[in-house]
Ligand binder design. Structure first.
Ligand SMILES: Cc1ncc(C[n+]2csc(CCOP(=O)(O)OP(=O)(O)O)c2C)c(N)n1
Ligand code: SF4
Length: 350
């Protein structure tokens, strides 16, 4: 087996608006197991950023610990990156975002990293509406430490060793909606047609954008009794809508027959076109989204697509009325406005 990634690229590869081919958005050679769902997600992230013509140096990749949290090494090698401590990615992302709002924050986590050790941090980053994409590569187990059940493993599902999980699973998508996330989507690592537009829409959303991606662990949780295996997900996936994301910069053309498509306008004027499979689906209706996720769980199905989106949202910077410039660009007098200002501030708090 070779560990050298070929640098050869076909000279006719298409370029994006910045003149880059997609390989400029890739990372180093993956060391994950062959067939791991996480690699498909890394490829979708690279493709989505290429299609959006994002400057890689404008992205900060944040992660915790796990096979999933290793993936930032495998996409966007020209971006900033911080591989933090297990479950602590949200607080590091919060600090970085408050210091520099000019970057696009892309957090990658695992179901162990988020739903167990990192749960306390996860719930608070959601309710603070930090402007970031938070993507969970959800395989229902702790892949890196050899496949123990995670808190998203469904009750009754069977591990590779044959033990049955007795505990209720945590549903991260409905939890995120409940906590006030302003963009919540669910997808499958093997469905790039759905995942790429979702990544693009999430990266363009001004506020907390959560994507829960079912991502099978081929080594420890791809057995017949698992509800996160490739076979199970393929057999139980129900899609809310086919979607396409059109960034503001491009001319918006309506390609679909009226009546079968719903266009959602995002904060910046870009649009999401939903070609509905289920005509009753309304991603702007928060309580219906909660019910739909719950009902699909009761039926043992995995509902995928854009589950919920708030069109008007105030992110943490709006709420705190922070400086609109990165802190490292502020000068001494802006950072320290003087004792008169401080006295007035103290007086206002007495
Ligand atoms: C503080 C701390 N506790 C425990 C661990 C051991 N550990 C490393 S990764 C991991 C779980 C990984 O599972 P998940 O986040 O679901 O990622 P996956 O490997 O499945 O992608 C654990 C428990 C650790 N590295 N640090
Ligand atoms: S152990 Fe599982 S999650 Fe980790 S790289 Fe292998 S297949 Fe992927």
């Amino acid at each position: 087996m070779t560990y050298v990634k070929s640098t050869f690229r076909h000279p006719a590869l298409p370029k994006n608006d910045l003149g880059y081919t997609v390989d400029y958005y890739e990372g180093s050679l993956s060391t994950l197991c062959a067939g791991c769902g996480h690699d498909g997600i890394s490829a979708a992230i690279a493709q989505g950023c290429w299609e959006l013509s994002i400057e890689p140096h404008k992205v900060a990749k944040m992660s915790g610990i796990g096979c999933s949290s290793k993936t930032p090494a495998y996409f966007l090698s020209n971006s900033h990156g911080f591989n933090s401590v297990h479950g602590r990615m949200p607080s590091v992302a919060t600090g970085a975002n408050l210091a520099n709002r000019d970057l696009i924050y892309l957090g990658v986590s695992g179901d162990g990293d988020t739903a167990s050790i990192g749960m306390g941090q996860f719930v608070h980053v959601v309710r603070r509406n930090l402007n970031m994409v938070y993507l969970v590569m959800n395989n229902g187990c702790y892949g890196l430490t050899k496949g123990q059940d995670s808190a998203t493993a469904d009750a009754g599902s069977k591990s590779k060793a044959g033990s049955v999980n007795l505990f209720e699973s945590i549903d991260l998508a409905s939890l995120a909606i409940e906590l006030g996330a302003t963009f919540v989507a669910q997808s499958f690592s093997g469905d790039k047609g759905q995942l790429i537009p979702l990544v693009k829409a999430a990266m363009s959303h001004p506020g907390f954008a959560f994507i829960n991606v079912i991502s099978p662990c081929v080594t420890f949780n791809n057995n017949p009794g698992s509800t996160k295996s490739y076979d199970y997900v393929r057999d139980h996936m129900e899609t809310t809508a086919m979607m396409d994301f059109v960034p503001l910069a491009r001319e918006i053309k309506a390609d679909y027959a009226e009546g079968s498509v719903e266009k959602l306008t995002m904060h910046d004027g870009s649009t999401i076109s939903l070609r509905k499979l289920d005509q009753a689906w309304d991603p702007l209706d928060r309580s219906s989204a909660m019910n739909a996720v719950l009902n699909s769980k009761i039926k043992g199905e995995i509902l995928t697509g854009l589950l919920y989106m708030a069109q008007d949202t105030s992110d943490l910077h709006d709420l705190l009325q922070t400086s609109d410039r990165p802190l490292n660009s502020l000068n001494q007098s802006e950072l320290c406005p003087g004792s008169t200002y401080l006295d007035a501030l103290n007086a206002s708090l007495r």
